[in-house]
Design a binder for this molecule. Structure first.
Ligand SMILES: Cc1cc2nc3c(=O)[nH]c(=O)nc-3n(C[C@H](O)[C@H](O)[C@H](O)COP(=O)(O)OP(=O)(O)OC[C@H]3O[C@@H](n4cnc5c(N)ncnc54)[C@H](O)[C@@H]3O)c2cc1C
Length: 417
């Protein structure tokens, strides 16, 4: 199937920037225009820094390809985060990311970002009895830490989703769905109107530390800056002078149906929640603003047997919503997730006043926006308290290629069933 990204095709926030053709000096240079880079640039400019952001295209990476679930926290239950980082550091990260949806939706409101935001909540859906047990555990742990959640039984879940396939679900009413590419474009627009110089068709070719400054070379220009943020996550193009970020690359794909008729849609997610399930080869589903049903799962659409993934998605639509049998699929696309071994995002110190942020492990709308803001505050103040995790000087991800291949093989095998 020819790939066509729904978010690109239906985008309402129109932005475009020229490329850099000169040598300039700025306080902060940001490489990468996804959620992280755009958020960092916006908040740094609001604090009075002169900021330059470069990318080949705003939203080219994961930010323009994702499901659009604006979630609180990480994928892992909060106790797991605390057991990995220790109680104090884990609680700090959990608290920070619990507030991330508020940050995202307040940015959307204050900058009037046209991204079809629907804060109708999300449903984490139990695909089995075991999945329901996991949700009970998450409900307990998250509620103890102040989250306002509802654990829904099978019948309540069926009423909300319009499908009888789930054993229950965890409803988070503070979460929601957006068109992620338009959110990213809107952040870039807000950054621009706060004075950020943005250049597209402008890749960083090399970085170099010279005395106390950073020099970023691009094909037709250069940027000298006191501070540097690399925000390239899973889409880093080679940059001389910078070791490639270390993560396991996991592919996630989605298909979108044609718009459902009023008759077809009335029993499908009538409140518009975004959903994902508890299966280890996870899948997601939601409606877009034009009532297309979007189904996603782990899988790469670029390899020779990728039809296995899209055929699975077509069967999944029918399994969840039998009345949608044979519905036309209009869009399919995929993207790369930067997964870290412990599923915790990393802030890597590259040198004096220079950091790289990556490894959101599949949850980057809230976290990317939050980390971008926090790193820009840290660069200005030097106070680590604003950071959700402590920076590290070194990060390795052993066997990442093997792990990535293994995950793809597992997803392909499970999608054959
Ligand atoms: C298919 C998919 C589904 C997902 N679903 C969700 C979801 O529902 N909810 C959620 O919270 N998260 C989700 N995620 C995760 C989320 O999308 C990412 O974590 C997030 O987009 C990362 O943002 P970022 O700004 O750090 O990186 P990116 O958005 O990947 O941006 C990096 C940018 O760096 C640029 N770049 C790379 N190299 C250079 C260079 N040399 N010079 C200049 N620019 C460069 C790239 O072009 C790119 O635009 C999903 C991810 C994928 C792939």
């Amino acid at each position: 199937m020819h790939q066509k990204n729904l978010w690109q095709e239906t985008s309402k926030e129109k932005i475009a920037f020229g490329n850099l053709k000169k040598s300039i000096t700025t306080d902060l240079v940001v490489i990468g225009g996804g959620f992280t880079g755009c958020s960092a640039a916006l908040f740094a400019a609001k604090s009075g820094l002169s900021v330059t952001l470069i990318d080949q295209k705003i939203g080219y990476g994961g930010s323009g390809r994702n499901v659009g679930l604006v979630n609180a926290g990480l994928w892992m239950p909060p106790e797991k985060v605390e057991s990995i980082l220790g109680l104090d550091a884990g609680s700090k990260l959990n608290n920070a990311l619990a507030s991330a949806p508020d940050l995202v939706f307040s940015l959307i409101d204050s900058n009037q970002i046209n991204c079809s935001a629907n804060r109708s909540g999300t449903l984490h859906c139990a695909h089995s009895e075991k999945g329901l047990k996991d949700l009970r555990l998450r409900f307990k742990q998250l509620s103890e830490r102040g989250a306002d959640l509802e654990l829904l039984d099978k019948k309540q879940t069926q009423q909300r989703i319009g499908s009888s396939k789930f054993f229950g679900s965890l409803f988070n009413k503070k979460a929601g769905v957006i068109n992620p590419l338009d959110y990213c474009f809107g952040l870039a627009r807000a950054a621009k109107s706060n004075g950020v110089n943005i250049y597209e068709s402008t890749l960083a070719n090399s970085i170099q530390s010279i005395n106390n400054d950073w020099l970023v070379n691009t094909p037709e220009g250069s940027i000298k800056a006191k501070m540097l943020l690399v925000a390239t996550n899973a889409y880093q193009k080679p940059i001389k002078g910078l070791n490639p970020s270390k993560y396991t690359s996991v592919q996630y794909f989605q298909v979108a149906t044609k718009s459902l008729s009023l008759d077809q849609v009335k029993s499908v997610l009538p409140n518009g929640e975004g959903c994902w399930d508890t299966a280890s080869v996870m899948s997601s589903f939601r409606l877009d603003a034009d009532n297309r049903l979007i189904i996603g799962g782990i899988g790469n659409l670029d390899h020779s047997v990728s039809k296995i993934h899209t055929n699975w998605a077509i069967r999944k639509v029918e399994k969840l919503f039998p009345h949608l049998k044979n519905i036309t699929i209009d869009f399919s696309w995929h993207g790369r997730i930067a997964m870290t071994g412990d599923h915790i995002p990393k802030i890597l110190r590259l040198g004096n006043n220079a950091y790289s942020v990556f490894g959101y492990s599949g949850r980057g709308i809230g976290p990317g926006t939050y980390f971008g803001k926090a790193v820009s505050e840290f660069l200005i103040s030097g106070n680590k308290d604003s950071l959700p995790v402590n920076p590290v000087d070194y990060y390795q991800e052993p066997f990442s290629k093997i792990k990535g291949n293994f995950i793809e093989m597992g997803a392909t095998a499970s999608h054959l069933l």
